[in-house]
Design a protein around this ligand. Structure first.
Ligand code: 3EB
Length: 330
């Protein structure tokens, strides 16, 4: 397989999807930064592999593959699996499943920040958060809202709650595992990009939970050899309100939001792409598995066939939302 082409990129690493049947060759390659198997039967073995419990719904099975130009140094610290190069650090953590979403988030973020600071990569630029039963009630509150409380408490206690430094993020409900967090961190902060169509999530009113979600809509990172752009999970939200009930209308609004954030980065920071069809990677989360084909066809009709895409089953963090899209340019 021509991974050079699959992972054509600028900056210190590339991201792409590779057929699951071909991952053996990457498992213990020192350039493999991350190998993410979405399915639960855990083929992504090797030091860099892990399973995200987000079943893939479209096409032949793929794994998400991150390849570093520099060989990575890998180690473990407590529950954390860590990898670094001279320029960035990648951390991941899986906790056991619990009935304590708030505490888990607090523990995970406090430990994550400490480890990143010790490693001298104190600035989170992109974070993924997955945990089961995200919309279920626990101690009288939706688990997602409790997660937001715990995350905010940890960031605050470590003096990392500066709005302008919050990373891009995704937070979705998985079909198994406990809290899983994986994160990319840098020596310098990324440039936060917000979406002019949406209220910043860190300013959501408390109708959506006692602590607003601690993330930015996107971050732009100027690495030594090129710029990356990381777009948070993006849904059918205008202002701070969820809009539309139908899948197609939600898709339209979601894509308009992704377009807006790419255009904003182009305008404000000179990102060299201005539309989402030029992204390097899209990940699409659908709540109902039966929507996968419709969503894929709808997106292909608008974005063409160039952008690599995977459609995964996941619960979006507001119960009324059916679809969420994240992306990266690298
Ligand atoms: C939203 O726009 C949809 O809590 O980390 C998207 C991305 C969402 C990240 C998070 C939540 C998070 O509010 C939900």
């Amino acid at each position: 397989m021509n991974t050079a082409k699959v992972l054509a990129h600028s900056g210190p690493f590339g991201m792409g999807y590779v057929p699951r049947s071909r991952i053996a060759q990457f498992c213990d390659d020192p350039h493999t930064l991350a190998l993410i198997d979405f399915a639960a039967d855990g083929e992504a073995a090797g030091a860099a592999g892990f399973v995200s419990h987000l079943p893939q719904l479209d096409g032949p099975p793929v794994c998400e593959y991150w390849r570093s130009d520099e060989p990575v140094t890998r180690w473990q610290e407590g529950d954390f699996h860590l990898a670094r190069t001279s320029e960035f650090m990648f951390a991941r953590l899986s906790l056991p499943d619990t009935a304590a979403a708030e505490r888990d988030a607090q523990v995970a973020y406090a430990a994550l920040l400490r480890i990143l600071r010790e490693g001298e990569f104190p600035h989170l630029v992109r974070v993924w958060n997955y945990f089961p039963r995200i919309n279920a009630e626990e101690d009288g509150r939706e688990r997602y809202r409790s997660f937001c409380v715990g995350r905010a408490a940890a960031l605050e206690s470590l003096d990392a709650m500066d709005d302008a430094r919050l990373p891009a993020a995704s937070a979705l409900g998985a079909s198994g595992g406990g809290l899983q967090v994986y994160a990319l961190a840098a020596r310098e902060p990324g440039v936060q990009i917000e979406n002019p169509r949406q209220v910043s999530a860190f300013r959501y009113p408390n109708d959506y939970g006692p602590r607003s979600p601690s993330f930015s809509r996107a971050t732009l990172v100027r690495w030594r050899n090129g710029t990356h752009f990381y777009i948070s999970g993006t849904a059918s939200i205008v202002g701070h309100a969820s809009v539309h009930q139908s899948l197609e209308a939600q898709l339209g609004e979601t894509l308009a939001n992704v377009e807006a954030v790419v255009a904003q980065a182009h305008r404000a920071e000179g990102l060299d792409i201005s539309t989402p069809d030029a992204l390097s990677l899209l990940k699409v989360y659908v709540r109902r598995a039966s929507d996968a084909g419709t969503v894929r066809d709808w997106l292909r009709a608008r974005l063409g066939s160039a952008v690599p895409m995977a459609v995964l089953q996941a619960d979006v963090c507001r119960a009324e939302l059916l679809v969420e899209i994240e992306g990266a340019y690298c």
